[in-house]
Write a protein that binds this ligand. Structure first.
Ligand SMILES: *[C@@H]1O[C@H](CO)[C@@H](O)[C@H](O)[C@H]1NC(C)=O
Length: 588
Protein backbone atom coordinates (compact mmCIF):
# COMPACT_ATOMS: atom_id res chain seq x y z
CA UNK A 1 0.00 0.00 0.00
CA UNK A 2 1.06 3.56 -0.40
CA UNK A 3 0.08 6.83 1.22
CA UNK A 4 -0.36 9.76 -1.15
CA UNK A 5 -1.16 13.38 -0.45
CA UNK A 6 -1.51 16.66 -2.33
CA UNK A 7 -1.92 20.02 -0.59
CA UNK A 8 -2.08 23.40 -2.29
CA UNK A 9 -2.79 26.89 -1.13
CA UNK A 10 -1.77 30.52 -1.42
CA UNK A 11 1.98 30.89 -1.61
CA UNK A 12 1.69 33.50 1.13
CA UNK A 13 0.54 30.77 3.53
CA UNK A 14 3.23 28.26 2.73
CA UNK A 15 3.84 27.37 6.35
CA UNK A 16 0.18 26.47 6.79
CA UNK A 17 0.47 24.10 3.85
CA UNK A 18 3.57 22.53 5.26
CA UNK A 19 1.96 22.20 8.66
CA UNK A 20 -1.01 20.38 7.13
CA UNK A 21 1.33 18.07 5.21
CA UNK A 22 3.34 17.24 8.30
CA UNK A 23 0.20 16.44 10.31
CA UNK A 24 -0.65 13.92 7.65
CA UNK A 25 2.88 12.58 7.36
CA UNK A 26 2.76 9.99 10.18
CA UNK A 27 -0.43 8.43 8.92
CA UNK A 28 0.96 8.27 5.37
CA UNK A 29 4.19 6.77 6.62
CA UNK A 30 2.37 3.85 8.26
CA UNK A 31 0.82 3.00 4.90
CA UNK A 32 4.11 3.20 3.08
CA UNK A 33 6.96 2.44 5.49
CA UNK A 34 9.62 1.61 2.88
CA UNK A 35 10.19 5.11 1.47
CA UNK A 36 8.79 8.64 1.85
CA UNK A 37 9.36 11.62 -0.39
CA UNK A 38 7.92 15.05 -1.07
CA UNK A 39 8.29 17.99 -3.40
CA UNK A 40 6.98 21.53 -3.32
CA UNK A 41 6.65 23.92 -6.24
CA UNK A 42 4.64 26.88 -7.46
CA UNK A 43 1.72 26.12 -9.75
CA UNK A 44 1.10 29.80 -10.44
CA UNK A 45 2.50 33.01 -9.00
CA UNK A 46 -0.10 32.80 -6.26
CA UNK A 47 -0.36 29.07 -5.66
CA UNK A 48 2.06 26.61 -4.11
CA UNK A 49 1.60 22.87 -3.96
CA UNK A 50 3.17 20.00 -2.07
CA UNK A 51 3.15 16.37 -3.21
CA UNK A 52 3.87 13.73 -0.64
CA UNK A 53 4.22 9.99 -1.25
CA UNK A 54 5.07 7.05 1.03
CA UNK A 55 5.63 3.67 -0.56
CA UNK A 56 5.19 0.07 0.53
CA UNK A 57 7.37 -2.04 -1.69
CA UNK A 58 5.14 -4.65 -3.34
CA UNK A 59 6.19 -4.86 -6.92
CA UNK A 60 9.09 -4.49 -9.34
CA UNK A 61 12.67 -5.56 -8.69
CA UNK A 62 13.56 -2.34 -6.85
CA UNK A 63 11.48 0.18 -4.99
CA UNK A 64 10.34 3.29 -6.91
CA UNK A 65 10.13 6.34 -4.63
CA UNK A 66 7.21 8.77 -4.95
CA UNK A 67 6.29 11.37 -6.05
CA UNK A 68 7.60 10.49 -9.48
CA UNK A 69 8.19 13.21 -12.06
CA UNK A 70 8.49 12.58 -15.81
CA UNK A 71 10.55 14.34 -18.48
CA UNK A 72 7.75 16.89 -19.11
CA UNK A 73 7.50 17.78 -15.43
CA UNK A 74 4.23 15.93 -14.73
CA UNK A 75 3.92 14.60 -11.20
CA UNK A 76 2.37 11.23 -10.31
CA UNK A 77 1.28 9.86 -6.95
CA UNK A 78 -0.01 6.29 -7.36
CA UNK A 79 -1.60 4.04 -4.76
CA UNK A 80 -2.76 1.07 -6.74
CA UNK A 81 -2.29 -2.44 -7.98
CA UNK A 82 -2.67 -3.10 -11.70
CA UNK A 83 -3.67 -6.75 -11.38
CA UNK A 84 -4.77 -7.18 -15.00
CA UNK A 85 -5.55 -5.12 -18.07
CA UNK A 86 -1.95 -4.14 -18.83
CA UNK A 87 1.18 -6.20 -19.37
CA UNK A 88 3.74 -4.68 -17.06
CA UNK A 89 7.16 -6.34 -17.33
CA UNK A 90 7.88 -8.22 -14.07
CA UNK A 91 10.93 -6.21 -13.06
CA UNK A 92 9.28 -2.86 -13.75
CA UNK A 93 7.40 -0.88 -11.13
CA UNK A 94 3.84 -0.01 -12.06
CA UNK A 95 4.32 3.57 -10.84
CA UNK A 96 7.14 4.09 -13.34
CA UNK A 97 5.13 2.36 -16.06
CA UNK A 98 2.11 4.62 -15.51
CA UNK A 99 4.21 7.76 -15.31
CA UNK A 100 5.84 6.96 -18.67
CA UNK A 101 2.52 5.86 -20.18
CA UNK A 102 0.76 9.09 -19.25
CA UNK A 103 3.48 11.39 -20.58
CA UNK A 104 2.05 13.53 -23.38
CA UNK A 105 -1.46 12.05 -23.12
CA UNK A 106 -4.65 14.12 -23.41
CA UNK A 107 -7.76 13.88 -21.26
CA UNK A 108 -9.41 11.17 -23.34
CA UNK A 109 -6.28 9.04 -23.37
CA UNK A 110 -5.97 9.34 -19.60
CA UNK A 111 -9.60 8.22 -19.26
CA UNK A 112 -9.05 5.22 -21.54
CA UNK A 113 -6.03 4.24 -19.54
CA UNK A 114 -7.92 4.24 -16.24
CA UNK A 115 -10.94 2.42 -17.68
CA UNK A 116 -8.85 -0.57 -18.68
CA UNK A 117 -7.20 -1.13 -15.30
CA UNK A 118 -8.33 -4.15 -13.33
CA UNK A 119 -7.41 -3.76 -9.69
CA UNK A 120 -7.83 -1.25 -6.89
CA UNK A 121 -6.32 2.21 -7.16
CA UNK A 122 -6.33 5.81 -6.15
CA UNK A 123 -4.27 8.37 -8.00
CA UNK A 124 -3.21 12.00 -7.96
CA UNK A 125 -1.68 13.30 -11.19
CA UNK A 126 -0.57 16.81 -12.01
CA UNK A 127 -0.21 17.59 -15.72
CA UNK A 128 2.14 20.49 -16.07
CA UNK A 129 1.26 21.85 -19.53
CA UNK A 130 -2.48 22.09 -18.78
CA UNK A 131 -2.02 22.92 -15.07
CA UNK A 132 -4.59 20.27 -14.33
CA UNK A 133 -4.67 18.15 -11.22
CA UNK A 134 -6.42 14.80 -11.85
CA UNK A 135 -7.42 12.55 -8.98
CA UNK A 136 -9.84 9.70 -8.30
CA UNK A 137 -10.51 6.22 -7.01
CA UNK A 138 -11.31 2.91 -8.69
CA UNK A 139 -14.84 1.87 -9.52
CA UNK A 140 -15.54 0.33 -6.06
CA UNK A 141 -13.52 2.86 -4.06
CA UNK A 142 -11.29 0.09 -2.71
CA UNK A 143 -8.51 2.55 -1.95
CA UNK A 144 -9.11 5.50 0.27
CA UNK A 145 -9.02 9.15 -0.75
CA UNK A 146 -10.28 12.03 1.37
CA UNK A 147 -10.38 15.76 0.64
CA UNK A 148 -10.52 19.04 2.48
CA UNK A 149 -12.00 21.97 0.61
CA UNK A 150 -10.81 25.57 0.89
CA UNK A 151 -12.70 27.69 3.42
CA UNK A 152 -12.67 31.34 4.51
CA UNK A 153 -10.50 30.31 7.46
CA UNK A 154 -7.95 28.58 5.30
CA UNK A 155 -7.62 28.80 1.52
CA UNK A 156 -6.15 25.37 1.17
CA UNK A 157 -7.15 22.30 -0.83
CA UNK A 158 -6.06 18.83 0.25
CA UNK A 159 -6.46 15.38 -1.34
CA UNK A 160 -4.96 12.49 0.61
CA UNK A 161 -5.20 8.77 1.35
CA UNK A 162 -5.76 9.67 4.98
CA UNK A 163 -5.36 12.70 7.21
CA UNK A 164 -5.85 13.90 10.78
CA UNK A 165 -9.46 13.77 11.91
CA UNK A 166 -11.19 17.10 11.42
CA UNK A 167 -14.71 18.31 10.74
CA UNK A 168 -13.79 19.68 7.31
CA UNK A 169 -12.49 16.41 5.88
CA UNK A 170 -14.78 14.09 3.87
CA UNK A 171 -14.31 11.07 1.61
CA UNK A 172 -13.86 11.69 -2.11
CA UNK A 173 -16.92 9.92 -3.58
CA UNK A 174 -15.71 7.14 -5.91
CA UNK A 175 -17.84 8.41 -8.77
CA UNK A 176 -15.16 8.83 -11.42
CA UNK A 177 -12.15 10.94 -12.32
CA UNK A 178 -11.95 14.45 -10.87
CA UNK A 179 -9.85 17.37 -11.99
CA UNK A 180 -9.04 20.93 -10.95
CA UNK A 181 -7.94 23.30 -13.68
CA UNK A 182 -5.44 25.61 -12.00
CA UNK A 183 -5.04 27.76 -15.08
CA UNK A 184 -8.52 29.13 -14.28
CA UNK A 185 -9.40 28.01 -10.78
CA UNK A 186 -8.37 30.30 -7.95
CA UNK A 187 -8.36 29.64 -4.21
CA UNK A 188 -11.46 31.67 -3.45
CA UNK A 189 -15.22 31.30 -3.09
CA UNK A 190 -15.48 30.21 -6.72
CA UNK A 191 -13.21 27.21 -6.26
CA UNK A 192 -14.70 24.14 -7.95
CA UNK A 193 -13.80 20.65 -9.11
CA UNK A 194 -14.84 18.87 -12.32
CA UNK A 195 -16.00 15.24 -12.41
CA UNK A 196 -15.95 12.74 -15.28
CA UNK A 197 -18.29 10.04 -13.90
CA UNK A 198 -18.15 6.26 -14.37
CA UNK A 199 -20.70 4.98 -16.90
CA UNK A 200 -22.66 3.03 -14.28
CA UNK A 201 -23.22 5.98 -11.92
CA UNK A 202 -26.91 6.95 -11.69
CA UNK A 203 -27.97 10.43 -12.76
CA UNK A 204 -29.69 10.78 -9.39
CA UNK A 205 -26.35 10.36 -7.59
CA UNK A 206 -24.81 13.08 -9.71
CA UNK A 207 -27.74 15.44 -9.26
CA UNK A 208 -27.27 15.21 -5.50
CA UNK A 209 -23.70 16.54 -5.62
CA UNK A 210 -22.94 20.04 -4.34
CA UNK A 211 -22.78 22.81 -6.94
CA UNK A 212 -19.02 23.11 -6.46
CA UNK A 213 -18.61 19.80 -8.30
CA UNK A 214 -19.19 20.29 -12.02
CA UNK A 215 -20.23 17.04 -13.70
CA UNK A 216 -18.86 16.71 -17.24
CA UNK A 217 -20.66 15.13 -20.15
CA UNK A 218 -17.90 12.64 -20.95
CA UNK A 219 -18.01 9.24 -19.20
CA UNK A 220 -15.38 6.96 -17.81
CA UNK A 221 -16.10 3.42 -19.06
CA UNK A 222 -16.61 1.00 -16.17
CA UNK A 223 -14.32 -2.06 -16.11
CA UNK A 224 -17.25 -4.26 -14.99
CA UNK A 225 -18.47 -6.07 -18.09
CA UNK A 226 -21.85 -7.40 -16.96
CA UNK A 227 -24.68 -5.59 -15.31
CA UNK A 228 -26.70 -7.34 -12.62
CA UNK A 229 -28.92 -10.11 -14.02
CA UNK A 230 -32.41 -9.00 -13.11
CA UNK A 231 -34.38 -12.04 -14.32
CA UNK A 232 -36.91 -13.47 -11.88
CA UNK A 233 -37.53 -17.20 -11.41
CA UNK A 234 -40.32 -18.71 -13.52
CA UNK A 235 -42.83 -21.17 -12.02
CA UNK A 236 -40.83 -23.96 -13.55
CA UNK A 237 -37.64 -22.73 -11.87
CA UNK A 238 -39.44 -22.41 -8.54
CA UNK A 239 -40.62 -26.00 -8.89
CA UNK A 240 -37.04 -27.26 -9.29
CA UNK A 241 -35.89 -25.09 -6.37
CA UNK A 242 -38.52 -26.68 -4.13
CA UNK A 243 -37.20 -30.14 -5.01
CA UNK A 244 -33.71 -29.33 -3.68
CA UNK A 245 -32.52 -30.49 -0.25
CA UNK A 246 -32.66 -27.82 2.46
CA UNK A 247 -29.53 -28.69 4.40
CA UNK A 248 -25.85 -29.19 3.67
CA UNK A 249 -25.65 -32.62 5.24
CA UNK A 250 -23.39 -35.19 3.62
CA UNK A 251 -25.42 -36.65 0.78
CA UNK A 252 -27.19 -33.36 0.15
CA UNK A 253 -23.99 -31.60 -0.84
CA UNK A 254 -23.73 -33.56 -4.08
CA UNK A 255 -27.35 -32.91 -4.98
CA UNK A 256 -26.94 -29.16 -4.45
CA UNK A 257 -23.62 -29.17 -6.27
CA UNK A 258 -25.15 -30.90 -9.29
CA UNK A 259 -27.97 -28.38 -9.40
CA UNK A 260 -25.56 -25.43 -9.34
CA UNK A 261 -22.56 -27.05 -10.99
CA UNK A 262 -22.01 -24.70 -13.94
CA UNK A 263 -22.04 -21.57 -11.85
CA UNK A 264 -20.00 -23.11 -9.01
CA UNK A 265 -17.29 -24.18 -11.43
CA UNK A 266 -17.21 -20.73 -13.01
CA UNK A 267 -17.13 -19.04 -9.62
CA UNK A 268 -14.27 -21.22 -8.35
CA UNK A 269 -12.30 -20.45 -11.47
CA UNK A 270 -12.65 -16.65 -11.37
CA UNK A 271 -12.17 -16.54 -7.61
CA UNK A 272 -9.00 -18.59 -7.83
CA UNK A 273 -7.68 -16.33 -10.59
CA UNK A 274 -8.56 -13.34 -8.45
CA UNK A 275 -6.58 -14.72 -5.49
CA UNK A 276 -3.69 -15.74 -7.73
CA UNK A 277 -3.47 -12.17 -9.09
CA UNK A 278 -3.46 -10.80 -5.57
CA UNK A 279 -0.67 -13.02 -4.32
CA UNK A 280 1.46 -12.89 -7.47
CA UNK A 281 1.89 -9.17 -6.99
CA UNK A 282 4.03 -9.45 -3.90
CA UNK A 283 7.81 -9.66 -3.44
CA UNK A 284 9.27 -13.10 -2.70
CA UNK A 285 10.20 -12.02 0.82
CA UNK A 286 8.17 -11.31 3.94
CA UNK A 287 8.26 -7.92 5.74
CA UNK A 288 11.13 -8.96 7.99
CA UNK A 289 13.41 -10.38 5.29
CA UNK A 290 13.29 -7.36 2.94
CA UNK A 291 16.94 -6.47 3.42
CA UNK A 292 18.41 -9.93 3.82
CA UNK A 293 19.95 -12.14 1.17
CA UNK A 294 18.46 -15.32 2.62
CA UNK A 295 15.67 -17.18 0.95
CA UNK A 296 12.49 -16.52 2.90
CA UNK A 297 9.79 -19.09 3.64
CA UNK A 298 7.88 -17.03 6.20
CA UNK A 299 4.29 -16.04 5.57
CA UNK A 300 4.08 -13.40 2.85
CA UNK A 301 0.31 -13.73 2.75
CA UNK A 302 -2.19 -13.58 5.61
CA UNK A 303 -5.95 -14.04 5.65
CA UNK A 304 -8.26 -12.12 7.97
CA UNK A 305 -9.85 -15.28 9.30
CA UNK A 306 -13.04 -15.68 11.33
CA UNK A 307 -13.55 -19.26 10.21
CA UNK A 308 -16.75 -18.15 8.49
CA UNK A 309 -17.63 -18.99 4.91
CA UNK A 310 -16.04 -16.03 3.11
CA UNK A 311 -12.62 -16.13 4.74
CA UNK A 312 -12.47 -19.94 4.80
CA UNK A 313 -13.06 -20.10 1.07
CA UNK A 314 -10.24 -17.64 0.47
CA UNK A 315 -7.83 -19.68 2.61
CA UNK A 316 -8.77 -22.89 0.85
CA UNK A 317 -8.28 -21.50 -2.66
CA UNK A 318 -5.12 -19.70 -1.59
CA UNK A 319 -3.59 -23.10 -0.96
CA UNK A 320 -3.45 -23.82 -4.68
CA UNK A 321 -1.97 -20.38 -5.47
CA UNK A 322 1.21 -20.61 -3.35
CA UNK A 323 4.25 -22.91 -3.23
CA UNK A 324 3.62 -25.53 -0.54
CA UNK A 325 6.81 -24.57 1.34
CA UNK A 326 5.29 -21.22 2.28
CA UNK A 327 3.30 -20.84 5.48
CA UNK A 328 0.05 -18.87 5.59
CA UNK A 329 -1.06 -16.76 8.58
CA UNK A 330 -4.72 -16.96 9.56
CA UNK A 331 -5.39 -13.83 11.63
CA UNK A 332 -8.19 -14.32 14.16
CA UNK A 333 -9.24 -11.45 16.40
CA UNK A 334 -11.06 -11.63 19.75
CA UNK A 335 -11.89 -9.01 22.36
CA UNK A 336 -11.78 -9.60 26.08
CA UNK A 337 -15.07 -10.91 27.38
CA UNK A 338 -16.31 -9.42 30.60
CA UNK A 339 -18.86 -12.06 31.37
CA UNK A 340 -19.48 -13.32 34.90
CA UNK A 341 -17.26 -16.23 36.01
CA UNK A 342 -18.24 -19.51 34.44
CA UNK A 343 -19.02 -22.55 36.62
CA UNK A 344 -15.90 -24.27 38.01
CA UNK A 345 -16.66 -27.54 36.29
CA UNK A 346 -16.44 -26.07 32.82
CA UNK A 347 -13.23 -24.22 33.61
CA UNK A 348 -11.32 -27.33 34.56
CA UNK A 349 -12.54 -29.10 31.43
CA UNK A 350 -11.18 -26.29 29.35
CA UNK A 351 -7.84 -26.28 31.14
CA UNK A 352 -6.90 -29.77 30.06
CA UNK A 353 -8.20 -29.34 26.53
CA UNK A 354 -4.85 -28.52 24.95
CA UNK A 355 -1.44 -29.98 25.66
CA UNK A 356 -0.06 -27.96 28.53
CA UNK A 357 -1.23 -24.57 27.26
CA UNK A 358 -3.84 -23.01 29.46
CA UNK A 359 -6.49 -21.75 27.05
CA UNK A 360 -7.27 -18.07 27.44
CA UNK A 361 -10.91 -18.66 28.18
CA UNK A 362 -11.65 -14.95 28.27
CA UNK A 363 -11.14 -14.81 24.53
CA UNK A 364 -13.22 -17.78 23.45
CA UNK A 365 -15.57 -15.59 21.43
CA UNK A 366 -17.69 -17.03 18.59
CA UNK A 367 -15.13 -16.17 15.88
CA UNK A 368 -12.32 -17.78 17.91
CA UNK A 369 -14.25 -21.02 18.26
CA UNK A 370 -15.35 -21.17 14.63
CA UNK A 371 -11.87 -20.09 13.49
CA UNK A 372 -10.24 -22.90 15.42
CA UNK A 373 -12.66 -25.50 14.08
CA UNK A 374 -12.22 -24.35 10.51
CA UNK A 375 -8.43 -24.22 10.90
CA UNK A 376 -8.45 -27.83 12.09
CA UNK A 377 -10.43 -28.92 9.07
CA UNK A 378 -8.13 -26.96 6.75
CA UNK A 379 -5.17 -28.88 8.18
CA UNK A 380 -6.97 -32.14 7.51
CA UNK A 381 -7.91 -31.44 3.91
CA UNK A 382 -4.76 -29.46 3.00
CA UNK A 383 -2.09 -31.15 5.14
CA UNK A 384 0.81 -30.13 2.90
CA UNK A 385 0.90 -26.56 4.14
CA UNK A 386 1.85 -24.91 7.40
CA UNK A 387 -1.28 -23.01 8.51
CA UNK A 388 -0.51 -20.53 11.30
CA UNK A 389 -3.59 -19.85 13.38
CA UNK A 390 -2.71 -16.50 14.97
CA UNK A 391 -4.79 -15.71 18.04
CA UNK A 392 -5.10 -11.95 18.44
CA UNK A 393 -6.42 -11.10 21.91
CA UNK A 394 -7.35 -7.51 22.68
CA UNK A 395 -7.95 -6.11 26.16
CA UNK A 396 -10.39 -3.30 26.84
CA UNK A 397 -7.54 -1.01 27.90
CA UNK A 398 -5.53 -1.52 24.76
CA UNK A 399 -8.61 -0.97 22.67
CA UNK A 400 -9.24 2.40 24.36
CA UNK A 401 -5.60 3.44 23.98
CA UNK A 402 -5.25 2.61 20.29
CA UNK A 403 -8.63 4.05 19.43
CA UNK A 404 -7.65 7.39 20.89
CA UNK A 405 -4.14 7.61 19.42
CA UNK A 406 -4.67 6.07 15.99
CA UNK A 407 -7.86 4.30 15.02
CA UNK A 408 -10.21 7.27 15.38
CA UNK A 409 -8.12 9.22 12.84
CA UNK A 410 -8.30 6.35 10.37
CA UNK A 411 -12.05 5.77 10.76
CA UNK A 412 -12.67 9.51 10.21
CA UNK A 413 -14.45 11.06 8.42
CA UNK A 414 -16.87 8.25 9.26
CA UNK A 415 -18.04 8.27 12.87
CA UNK A 416 -20.88 5.85 13.70
CA UNK A 417 -20.91 3.19 16.42
CA UNK A 418 -20.72 0.58 13.67
CA UNK A 419 -17.74 2.31 12.04
CA UNK A 420 -16.05 2.28 15.43
CA UNK A 421 -16.54 -1.39 16.25
CA UNK A 422 -15.76 -2.68 12.76
CA UNK A 423 -12.84 -0.28 12.41
CA UNK A 424 -11.29 -1.35 15.71
CA UNK A 425 -11.80 -5.07 15.03
CA UNK A 426 -10.19 -4.74 11.60
CA UNK A 427 -7.30 -2.65 12.90
CA UNK A 428 -6.29 -5.21 15.54
CA UNK A 429 -6.90 -8.11 13.14
CA UNK A 430 -4.77 -6.48 10.45
CA UNK A 431 -1.99 -5.67 12.90
CA UNK A 432 -1.39 -9.41 13.21
CA UNK A 433 0.11 -9.26 16.72
CA UNK A 434 -0.90 -12.18 18.85
CA UNK A 435 0.16 -15.67 19.78
CA UNK A 436 0.96 -18.69 17.67
CA UNK A 437 0.63 -21.97 19.56
CA UNK A 438 0.93 -20.04 22.80
CA UNK A 439 4.09 -18.04 21.89
CA UNK A 440 4.12 -14.35 21.00
CA UNK A 441 3.99 -13.83 17.24
CA UNK A 442 3.75 -10.93 14.80
CA UNK A 443 2.73 -11.73 11.26
CA UNK A 444 5.38 -10.68 8.71
CA UNK A 445 2.86 -10.82 5.83
CA UNK A 446 2.86 -8.10 3.18
CA UNK A 447 -0.53 -8.92 1.76
CA UNK A 448 -3.71 -9.41 3.74
CA UNK A 449 -6.63 -11.11 1.99
CA UNK A 450 -10.11 -10.18 3.25
CA UNK A 451 -13.61 -11.43 2.50
CA UNK A 452 -15.33 -8.08 1.98
CA UNK A 453 -17.92 -7.93 -0.79
CA UNK A 454 -19.24 -11.51 -0.69
CA UNK A 455 -22.27 -10.70 1.45
CA UNK A 456 -23.45 -7.79 -0.69
CA UNK A 457 -23.24 -9.75 -3.92
CA UNK A 458 -24.51 -13.11 -2.74
CA UNK A 459 -27.26 -12.08 -0.34
CA UNK A 460 -25.52 -12.87 2.94
CA UNK A 461 -26.97 -10.27 5.30
CA UNK A 462 -29.98 -10.74 7.53
CA UNK A 463 -31.56 -7.67 5.93
CA UNK A 464 -31.65 -9.67 2.69
CA UNK A 465 -33.82 -12.21 4.47
CA UNK A 466 -35.99 -9.38 5.75
CA UNK A 467 -36.49 -7.96 2.29
CA UNK A 468 -37.19 -11.41 0.89
CA UNK A 469 -39.88 -12.26 3.42
CA UNK A 470 -41.54 -8.91 2.84
CA UNK A 471 -41.39 -8.73 -0.95
CA UNK A 472 -40.08 -12.04 -2.31
CA UNK A 473 -37.60 -12.20 -5.23
CA UNK A 474 -38.14 -8.71 -6.69
CA UNK A 475 -37.44 -7.10 -3.29
CA UNK A 476 -34.32 -9.20 -2.75
CA UNK A 477 -33.06 -8.34 -6.22
CA UNK A 478 -33.70 -4.65 -5.65
CA UNK A 479 -31.78 -4.72 -2.36
CA UNK A 480 -28.77 -6.48 -3.92
CA UNK A 481 -28.78 -4.12 -6.89
CA UNK A 482 -28.80 -1.14 -4.55
CA UNK A 483 -26.03 -2.56 -2.38
CA UNK A 484 -23.70 -3.35 -5.25
CA UNK A 485 -24.22 0.03 -6.84
CA UNK A 486 -23.41 1.90 -3.64
CA UNK A 487 -20.59 -0.35 -2.45
CA UNK A 488 -18.16 2.45 -3.27
CA UNK A 489 -19.85 4.90 -0.96
CA UNK A 490 -20.01 2.53 1.99
CA UNK A 491 -17.12 1.07 3.87
CA UNK A 492 -14.23 0.26 1.62
CA UNK A 493 -12.39 3.55 2.03
CA UNK A 494 -12.61 3.16 5.79
CA UNK A 495 -11.46 -0.46 5.68
CA UNK A 496 -8.57 0.51 3.44
CA UNK A 497 -7.42 3.28 5.77
CA UNK A 498 -7.66 0.97 8.78
CA UNK A 499 -5.97 -2.08 7.29
CA UNK A 500 -3.22 -0.28 5.38
CA UNK A 501 -2.03 1.35 8.61
CA UNK A 502 0.11 -1.71 9.35
CA UNK A 503 2.19 -1.46 6.20
CA UNK A 504 0.43 -4.40 4.57
CA UNK A 505 -1.67 -4.35 1.44
CA UNK A 506 -5.27 -5.37 2.16
CA UNK A 507 -6.77 -7.08 -0.87
CA UNK A 508 -10.36 -8.11 -1.51
CA UNK A 509 -10.70 -11.15 -3.84
CA UNK A 510 -14.52 -11.00 -3.96
CA UNK A 511 -14.30 -7.49 -5.40
CA UNK A 512 -12.13 -8.42 -8.36
CA UNK A 513 -13.67 -6.95 -11.53
CA UNK A 514 -13.97 -10.40 -13.11
CA UNK A 515 -15.54 -11.97 -10.01
CA UNK A 516 -18.11 -9.16 -9.84
CA UNK A 517 -18.84 -9.51 -13.57
CA UNK A 518 -19.30 -13.26 -13.24
CA UNK A 519 -21.57 -12.99 -10.19
CA UNK A 520 -23.58 -10.23 -11.89
CA UNK A 521 -24.38 -12.62 -14.74
CA UNK A 522 -25.80 -15.34 -12.46
CA UNK A 523 -29.56 -15.13 -11.78
CA UNK A 524 -30.45 -14.26 -8.21
CA UNK A 525 -32.00 -17.58 -7.20
CA UNK A 526 -28.75 -19.43 -7.86
CA UNK A 527 -26.80 -17.02 -5.61
CA UNK A 528 -29.18 -16.95 -2.65
CA UNK A 529 -32.25 -19.06 -2.02
CA UNK A 530 -33.93 -17.59 1.00
CA UNK A 531 -36.71 -20.15 1.00
CA UNK A 532 -34.04 -22.35 2.52
CA UNK A 533 -33.24 -22.07 6.24
CA UNK A 534 -30.77 -19.59 7.75
CA UNK A 535 -27.19 -20.83 7.41
CA UNK A 536 -28.05 -22.62 4.15
CA UNK A 537 -29.94 -20.33 1.78
CA UNK A 538 -27.76 -17.21 2.06
CA UNK A 539 -24.86 -17.30 -0.37
CA UNK A 540 -25.97 -20.81 -1.38
CA UNK A 541 -23.64 -20.75 -4.39
CA UNK A 542 -20.52 -20.07 -2.31
CA UNK A 543 -21.68 -22.34 0.50
CA UNK A 544 -22.19 -25.32 -1.76
CA UNK A 545 -18.85 -24.66 -3.47
CA UNK A 546 -17.14 -24.62 -0.06
CA UNK A 547 -18.85 -27.83 1.13
CA UNK A 548 -18.11 -29.51 -2.19
CA UNK A 549 -14.39 -28.85 -1.64
CA UNK A 550 -14.60 -30.43 1.81
CA UNK A 551 -14.70 -27.41 4.13
CA UNK A 552 -17.98 -28.41 5.72
CA UNK A 553 -17.49 -26.55 9.04
CA UNK A 554 -17.41 -23.14 7.40
CA UNK A 555 -20.02 -24.02 4.78
CA UNK A 556 -22.68 -24.54 7.44
CA UNK A 557 -22.19 -21.36 9.46
CA UNK A 558 -24.69 -18.53 9.34
CA UNK A 559 -23.42 -15.00 8.78
CA UNK A 560 -21.88 -13.38 11.83
CA UNK A 561 -20.63 -9.82 11.50
CA UNK A 562 -17.12 -9.15 12.84
CA UNK A 563 -18.34 -6.80 15.59
CA UNK A 564 -20.45 -9.62 17.08
CA UNK A 565 -18.14 -12.51 16.23
CA UNK A 566 -15.14 -10.82 17.86
CA UNK A 567 -17.35 -9.60 20.73
CA UNK A 568 -16.12 -6.01 20.51
CA UNK A 569 -19.74 -4.88 20.50
CA UNK A 570 -20.23 -6.59 23.87
CA UNK A 571 -17.36 -4.63 25.42
CA UNK A 572 -19.06 -1.37 24.70
CA UNK A 573 -22.37 0.14 25.70
CA UNK A 574 -24.99 -2.36 24.56
CA UNK A 575 -27.73 0.28 24.41
CA UNK A 576 -26.12 2.02 21.43
CA UNK A 577 -27.49 1.71 17.93
CA UNK A 578 -25.02 0.99 15.12
CA UNK A 579 -26.01 4.13 13.25
CA UNK A 580 -25.57 6.48 16.25
CA UNK A 581 -22.60 8.83 16.24
CA UNK A 582 -19.91 7.18 18.34
CA UNK A 583 -18.86 9.39 21.26
CA UNK A 584 -15.62 7.40 21.62
CA UNK A 585 -14.54 8.37 18.09
CA UNK A 586 -15.25 12.06 17.97
CA UNK A 587 -13.70 12.88 21.34
CA UNK A 588 -14.83 15.76 23.49
C1 LIG B 1 -29.74 -14.13 -16.61
O1 LIG B 1 -30.16 -15.37 -16.13
C2 LIG B 1 -31.01 -16.08 -17.04
C3 LIG B 1 -31.49 -17.32 -16.35
O2 LIG B 1 -30.45 -18.20 -16.05
C4 LIG B 1 -30.25 -16.38 -18.31
O3 LIG B 1 -31.08 -17.06 -19.23
C5 LIG B 1 -29.73 -15.07 -18.92
O4 LIG B 1 -28.94 -15.35 -20.04
C6 LIG B 1 -28.94 -14.29 -17.90
N1 LIG B 1 -28.64 -12.98 -18.42
C7 LIG B 1 -27.41 -12.50 -18.52
C8 LIG B 1 -27.31 -11.13 -19.08
O5 LIG B 1 -26.42 -13.13 -18.22
Amino acid sequence: MCGICFVCGLSSSLCQIEEQASLTHNLLHHRGPDSCGDMTFSITDELSATFHGCVLWLQGSVLTPQPIIDKEGNVLLWNGDILAGYEIPGEKSDTKYISEYLTGKDEEEIMCFLSAIKGPWSLIYYQKCTKRLYFGRDVFGRHSLVWRWPTEQSWMFLVSSVTQRSAEVTEVPALGLYYVDFSHSKMDVNFHVSLIPWTHVDESNLAALPSTIHTQRQKLVSPIRNRLNISLPTDEVLETLRALPTSLENDHIDMLYNALKDDIDRLLEVLKTSIQRRVDMCPQKCQRCTNTQDKCSHSRIAVLFSGGLDSAMIALLLDSCLPSSESVDLLNVAFEQRTPQRPEKKKSQLNCATNGIVPSKDYDVPDRLSGRRCWQQLMEIRPGRCWNFVEIDVTGEELARQRESTISHLVAPLNSVLDDSIGCALWFGGRGEGTLEGSPYVSPARVLLCGMGADEQLGGYSRHRGRFSAGSWPALLEEIDMEISRIHTRNLGRDNRILADHGRAPRFPYLDEDVVSMLNSVPIWRKANLNMPRGVGEKILLRTACAHLGLTTAAGLPKRAIQFGSRIAKLENSKEKGSDTCSRLVGN
